[in-house]
Design a binder for this molecule. Sequence first.
Ligand SMILES: Nc1ncnc2c1ncn2[C@@H]1O[C@H](COP(=O)(O)OP(=O)(O)OP(=O)(O)O)[C@@H](O)[C@H]1O
Ligand SMILES: [Mg+2]
Length: 298
Amino acid sequence: MARKISFINYKGGVGKTSLVVNTAAALAKQGKRVLLCDFDTQSNASIWLLKLDRWNKINTSDIGSVFSIFNKGAQLRELIHQDVVEGRAGEKLLPGLDLLPTTFNLVDLESDFEFDPAQPPYLTFYEQLATVEKNYDFILFDCPPNILRASQCGVFSSNEIYVPANPDALSLIGFTLLVEKLQKFHQLTASFRKGTMGPPAQIQGIIFNSIKTGVDIEVPKMRMQLRLNQFKTAKRAAPTAKIFDAQIRDAMVVRRAVALGLPVALVSSESADSAAAGENVINDYRKVAAELLQHVKS
Ligand SMILES: Nc1ncnc2c1ncn2[C@@H]1O[C@H](COP(=O)(O)OP(=O)(O)OP(=O)(O)O)[C@@H](O)[C@H]1O
Ligand SMILES: [Mg+2]
């Protein structure tokens, strides 16, 4: 059974996409079979991993984006880009990392799109995902900072939720709002959960990102821990939920990796200094992946 995991926080820009892409890469490098599903209409993860030319072809065509499952009756398995990371000559650079891409048309799911209330998009997505699940160890969902229709597809299909956060008050507010909205979503969708689906996904962890060297994050971390404890007591987070020991440092190479269309682990360095800095942050992602592997399944 694949572990299906949403990365989400109601605060934008905390590093959800960077964390999903680089953790997915770290897992694939260890030989895990990983599918990354992009549910953010901004398409950041898709543009990052496909690079602009390949992504543009999908964006200008009628089909190929995850949205075509809903408006064109496309089959999810036909939309997957296997071993998505390619070099200039089309050579496969990271076997094991597959992508279900989105384009900007996913925004239409939020407003114009009409559906049978008995068959909401998240249920259609769940059913389609079931056809490929056996091919993967991990299915990761990059969600926008909300639980609207696109995001609901990832959340409904997940068995675990992790919350990327920065060490600041806004991330804490985003986390709090997420827990509230998550509970409402689970209540609203309870009648659609069949016995074989397992229980709705609970918050399993918080992962701090973009930690600057020399900045003490003990106070924001303590505040986050207190809030998490309150949610655990109220049974609004899993009893096993924790703040990850592993955290991602702030590093220029993360921003560079986006421009190069590569996960950080595949970016080659221009100097010994940048190689060392790159290795440090690659190691951070490896540690997150290792902690994820050890963390209890919900
Ligand atoms: N560890 C890091 N070090 C340096 N820059 C980072 C790091 N993590 C993320 N960034 C940068 O911060 C910005 C926001 O990151 P990212 O896009 O991953 O956040 P997000 O939470 O997915 O945003 P959104 O809510 O818009 O989807 C990007 O420019 C990214 O390159
Ligand atoms: Mg993002």
